[in-house]
Design a protein around this ligand. Structure first.
Ligand code: ATP
Ligand code: MG
Length: 237
């Protein structure tokens, strides 16, 4: 299990996250939803050791303080960043191979590629194409595929649906559902609340860097979530 205890983080003198205490159950898909600027990406950055923080982050009960991002990736905590961030001048396959950087994955690169190409057949067809010339949906697949090459135990995915056509969103989310079925713990940041609720086990709503609601997805009505999301009512959560 991954958890945060009174997590406080931000940039310089600006605090973005205010004492977040959250749990992410092993094997579950936890959706983190909330409006622009809520602190969702900042939370993922703190979890992956990219920014300093106060409070505690625990993985399997062990504090992660001071652990480097690459060290955490080697341990199976892997992020698929917002905005896809593929290396545009490199081919699809070269981008994917970068994900096999953790030492324990290096011997297994071709098996890793086979697994990724089985999930995303379109990437096999385009494996020699420069990643900068891919469509948005294909670039998202490369970003996810690169994360999977690291053989994640916990996969953090930041806004995979952003800017994609509905049919591609469905494709990406069916893959996310398959990864969950295969036992991967998933933290999904998603602004599309309907899609998020449909795949999530647990949901955390962030607004203004604070938790406004934490509940099992099955207990959350979309209307209620939207009320809290847009702060259309006094907060009771
Ligand atoms: N590198 C940075 N330096 C300074 N401030 C930042 C930086 N990155 C983000 N912020 C600020 O932190 C706050 C939270 O940003 P964050 O990116 O975590 O929001 P978000 O919930 O992911 O939003 P979005 O849905 O738009 O991606 C915002 O006010 C943002 O301007
Ligand atoms: Mg963000």
């Amino acid at each position: 299990m991954l958890e945060t205890q009174n997590l406080r983080a931000g940039y310089g003198h600006i605090t973005v996250l205010w004492d977040l205490s959250l749990t992410f159950r092993e094997g579950a898909l936890t959706a983190i939803v909330g409006p622009n600027g809520a602190g969702k990406t900042t939370l993922l950055r703190a979890l992956t050791g990219l920014i300093p923080y106060e409070g505690r982050i625990l993985l399997g009960g062990q504090p992660l303080a001071g652990r480097k991002t690459w060290d955490l990736a080697a341990q199976g905590l892997v992020m698929v960043p917002e905005g896809r961030l593929v290396f545009r001048d490199m081919s699809v396959e070269e981008n994917l191979c970068l994900g096999a950087y953790p030492k324990r994955c290096r011997g297994d690169v071709s098996a890793g590629l086979d697994r990724v190409y089985a999930l995303f057949p379109r990437l096999r067809e385009r494996r020699t194409q420069a990643a900068g010339s891919l469509s948005g949906g294909e670039a998202q697949m490369v970003a996810m595929g690169r994360g999977l090459m690291s053989q994640p135990k916990i996969l953090l995915i930041d806004e995979p649906s952003l800017g994609l056509a509905p049919v591609i969103v469905n494709e990406v989310f069916s893959i996310i559902a398959r990864l969950k079925e295969a036992g991967t713990t998933i933290l999904l940041v998603e602004q599309n609340t309907r899609v998020a609720l449909s795949v999530a086990d647990d949901v955390h709503l962030l607004r203004g860097g604070q938790v406004r609601l934490s509940a099992p997805a099955a207990d959350i009505a979309l209307d209620r979530l939207h009320d809290l999301y847009f702060a259309r009512e006094a907060e009771t959560a």
